[in-house]
Design a protein around this ligand. Structure first.
Ligand code: ZN
Length: 445
């Protein structure tokens, strides 16, 4: 619910900087990090030499385009220590990201990196109204996944109390939320929705009335506005979208403010560009393309022009919250996650967006794509919501109208015909972390 969190600004001296001062700071940091990468990371030195570039050639933000991109594949090849710019003895924390595609990449932090991570995460908490006195229920996975510790450090930095419960043990999450009176929830959006359903259906607890959650920080996967509305209704809190990735720092790159109109990128630490992924050229401001990030202050594993694979847009304009950092649009999905069915390209999030517009459809769904012969067939396996399911005493044949309405919405919004297969409420898997809702069986051919 918009406005239930008392959003504030943690470091106004940076977050409200004038654009000219910010650009000065970015350029000064850019020159430093370029020189640093060139001197410390052989891969960067080679990339620079390949295109005849020297760190002295990079003076202003306009020179950024001269620098070759860093691809995810560079990081994979360099595993375990090839991207490390700092002395290993100065590294205090190591995270290996397995990603969704297999090969690991390393994300390392020096003491200074951890301090910066804590600060950018504290800004994110402040944006969602977190203060000293709040109790943060951190239900992100702790461990090599950067979500858990990132949210942990940020809460400590702001002086809030952390309940480091991690993901899972759903019943205990609700019980402890009630007994300790936690006020802030941090987890993936799929898990937030699941917590809300579980509390109501299995424990008879209405979180919007019986729990004290006032805001939630949800990220690590793409989610739709329709799912936001569901989560806010189920949990009675204000839901904030957050964005980050382990190759850059973990969570902490950007967050929504009270306006919920895009995510402010922490531009003093992360320099954004939006490119056309096919040509590598910059798109016009406000246009959609692939997000490319340069870390301006990272010591252990800095990246120059890292291609995130995430599609979004970026705009610098005034925001009512007072921050001067530009805003990126909510991420629709990673390029890798994009589906192509019968020639139509779309993200799974678009399917969610379409189906949740239909009354009686739940957020529990699965997309199955097959190619039995020449043509792709998409099946959308969907649970009706609990109330509807019970109202027909579990007889799915009585829900043909629901199936038809979902089919029409998907056809009109996604542009692909899907066979709708209704399944009993409670059948599909629930997710504690990142949801896996797509089964593309064509890949097994
Ligand atoms: Zn704002």
């Amino acid at each position: 619910m918009k406005g239930s969190a008392e959003s504030w600004i943690y470091q106004p001296e940076y977050e409200k900087m004038s654009r000219s001062k910010l650009v000065d700071l970015q350029e000064q940091r850019l020159r430093k990090v370029v020189k640093y990468c060139y001197e410390k990371v052989p891969i960067y030195r080679r990339k620079f030499k390949d295109v005849g570039l020297h760190p002295d050639d990079i003076k202003t933000l306009d020179d950024l385009e001269k620098i070759p991109f860093t691809e995810k594949e560079d990081l994979r090849k360099a595993y375990p220590y090839g991207m490390l710019a700092a002395d290993l003895r100065d590294v205090l924390e190591l995270h290996a990201s397995s990603g969704t595609t297999g090969h690991p990449t390393t994300c390392a932090y020096t003491k200074n990196d951890l301090e910066i991570w804590s600060k950018v995460m504290a800004r994110i908490y402040a944006s969602a109204g977190t203060k000293k006195g709040d109790i943060v229920q951190n239900a992100y996975g702790y461990g090599l996944f950067t979500g858990g510790l990132g949210f942990h450090y940020g809460a400590l930095e702001i002086g809030a109390t952390v309940l480091p419960i991690a993901a899972g043990e759903t019943e205990r999450q609700i019980t402890l939320a009630k007994e300790y009176g936690t006020t802030i929830l941090a987890c993936t959006p799929s898990y937030a929705a699941y917590l809300g359903r579980y509390a109501r259906e299995k424990m008879g607890i209405d979180p919007s009335k019986e729990l004290k959650w006032k805001s939630g920080l949800f990220g690590a996967e793409a989610w739709s506005e329709e799912l936001r509305a569901k989560i806010e209704e189920l949990l009675g809190l204000e839901a904030f979208d957050i964005y980050g990735l382990s190759e850059v720092i973990g969570p902490g790159v950007s967050v929504e403010c009270s306006q919920h109109n895009g995510l402010h990128i922490q531009e003093d630490h992360f320099l954004p560009e939006i490119i056309n992924p096919a040509t590598g050229e910059k798109v016009k401001e406000g246009e959609t393309g692939e997000l490319v990030l340069t870390t301006l202050t990272r010591q252990a594993t800095p990246v120059l022009r890292f291609k995130t694979g995430d599609n979004t847009s970026f705009k610098i304009d005034e925001c009512e919250c007072g921050r001067t950092f530009g805003r990126m649009d909510r991420v629709f999905g990673r390029a890798d996650d994009m589906l192509k069915v019968r020639g139509v390209k779309f993200w799974p999030k678009t399917v969610e967006h379409a189906l949740l517009r239909v009354k009686g459809a739940s957020e529990n769904y699965e997309i199955i794509i097959e190619r039995p012969e020449e043509l792709d067939i998409m099946t959308l396996r969907l649970e009706p919501d609990k109330e509807l399911f019970e109202s027909v005493c579990g007889d799915l044949s009585k829900l043909q109208v629901l199936a038809k309405n979902v089919e029409e919405q998907v056809k009109s919004i996604v542009g692909v015909k899907a066979n709708i297969e209704l399944v009993p409420y409670g059948t599909l898997p629930r997710f504690m972390g990142k949801a896996k809702r797509v089964k593309d069986l064509r890949k097994n051919l």
